[in-house]
Design a protein around this ligand. Structure first.
Ligand SMILES: CC(C)=CCC/C(C)=C(\C)COP(=O)(O)OP(=O)(O)O
Ligand SMILES: [Mg+2]
Length: 420
């Protein structure tokens, strides 16, 4: 509902913001001030502070700090305006080399104390709370290095508890992909039914007394569902209703992408390049960067998240992160059974290119997506001087950089082709 005292197109925001839904922005500001008034003028309660990182500050530290954004190691990639400056490759002991010619922003090694604590807690969750994997998958679980991944992607998380929200979801999402779709027993056959039932672990069934308990029991019946249910339960305790619904929507998008990929695999069909890119926009990392505000302990209001300019930024960023996966996982997927679609494979087939030329063209596609993301994000940041928008845009940008860092350094999982 629009705020009753406001009607478009009035706005108290600077004129530059007027083309970015000034009415919506003013409404969001009014609602935030209503909420503060309802809370007796007090700021929202601080999240529990366990193992705070160097950049963690209480949320009362003020608007100026929020606009300034996080500081310290690993946060320079958050600043859209500074992203043209060359940054040194980290000297740390990180393994792996970047793909030659890939446009990216190096980040330093993530905080080792946080990595250790997240890694310890996620393993305990996987083993003790959701019984995620049999003993002989332990090496693969450890080799995935999800703690390092999530600490790199969320340097502004105020506590390890916040990091755990993202880490559980990341593990659960990969469990569904591996066990339902890919190499841990997955198959396109019957995938739709499995995915829909797993989706109810995120988006609950509301039905009659007779059938409700059967559904509740089903959520315990396999590792992917146990993981989704538990990860979502933790998430909804911290997230606002609209942040939780944003995640449900993004997960529905993801599942639709899995279905298209599965259908094409079943038919041994190679889509056109643009069709592949459309599928990969859904079978995509998007649900990970879009929780950056929940993990950061603040909220991008739903109306601002829904703005077309923000949606475009999110899609471009998420598409770049996903093509990064196509490039780093290329040799792994080539070595697997059957044909695994990724952008170089589709380019080679559809544009009649050599494997090398197709790979190099995929690097260009990635770079164009990255430049598009950065240009659109910078324009939006300039047009919309709202603290939560600015911080969210920085959060997405650093997720992009952390994701690249994890792919580059995860030599347990990925290796580069010999094209240079
Ligand atoms: C974490 C999350 C939302 C994952 C969604 C889909 C997914 C697993 C990817 C985008 C990664 O792609 P892919 O399935 O190709 O993964 P690997 O190459 O096997 O690492
Ligand atoms: Mg891949």
């Amino acid at each position: 509902m629009p705020h009753p005292e406001l009607s478009p197109p009035q706005s108290s925001l600077p004129a530059a913001a007027s083309h970015f839904g000034a009415y919506v922005l003013a409404n969001a500001a009014a609602r935030a001030s209503d909420l503060r008034a309802a809370a007796g003028g007090r700021p929202p309660p601080a999240p529990s502070a366990d193992v705070p990182g160097p950049e963690a500050r209480p949320p009362t530290a003020g608007l100026e700090r929020i606009l300034r954004g996080p500081s310290g190691l690993g946060t320079s990639g958050l600043y859209l305006a500074r992203r043209e400056e060359p940054e040194p490759e980290p000297e740390a002991e990180a393994e792996g080399i970047p793909i030659p010619g890939l446009y990216h922003h190096p980040v330093p090694e993530p905080d080792p104390l946080r990595v250790e604590e997240v890694s310890r807690r996620i393993k305990a969750w996987a083993l003790d709370e959701v019984d995620l994997y049999p003993d002989d998958w332990e090496d693969q679980f450890d080799g995935f290095s999800v703690g390092r991944y999530m600490v790199a992607c969320h340097p502004d998380a105020p506590t390890v508890d916040h990091l755990m929200l993202a880490t559980r979801l990341m593990v659960a999402e990969n469990a569904v992909d591996d066990c339902y779709c890919e190499d841990h027993g997955g198959s396109p056959v019957g995938l739709g039914g499995r995915l829909l039932l797993a989706h109810t672990a995120l988006d609950a069934l509301h039905t009659t007394e007779e059938y409700q308990p059967l559904w509740a029991l089903s959520l315990q019946s396999d590792a992917p569902r146990r993981a989704y249910r538990s990860a979502m339960e933790y998430f909804t305790r911290e997230a606002s209703p609209s942040q939780a619904d944003r995640l449900r929507h993004d997960m529905a998008r993801l599942h639709m992408g899995y279905l298209a990929e599965g259908a094409w695999a079943q038919l041994d069909h190679v889509p056109e390049v643009w069709e592949y890119l459309a599928m990969r926009q859904f079978n995509n990392f998007r649900p990970c960067p879009t929780i950056t505000d929940t993990v950061g302990g603040y909220e991008l209001p739903a109306d601002l998240h829904a703005q077309p300019a923000m949606q475009r930024v999110i899609a471009l960023a998420s598409n770049a992160t996903t093509i990064v996966n196509d490039l780093y996982s290329y040799t792994k997927e080539l070595a697997g059974p059957g044909r695994h679609l990724n952008l170089p494979v589709v380019l080679a087939e559809r544009e009649d290119l050599s494997e090398r030329d197709a790979y190099l063209k995929a690097v260009e596609v990635h770079n164009d997506l990255m430049h598009g993301f950065e240009a659109e994000a910078a324009a939006l940041a300039a047009a919309c001087p709202v603290p939560s928008v600015q911080r969210f845009l920085r959060g997405v940008a650093v997720w992009v950089d952390g994701n690249h860092h994890w792919h580059r350094t995860n030599t347990y999982r990925y290796s580069l082709p010999d094209f240079w």
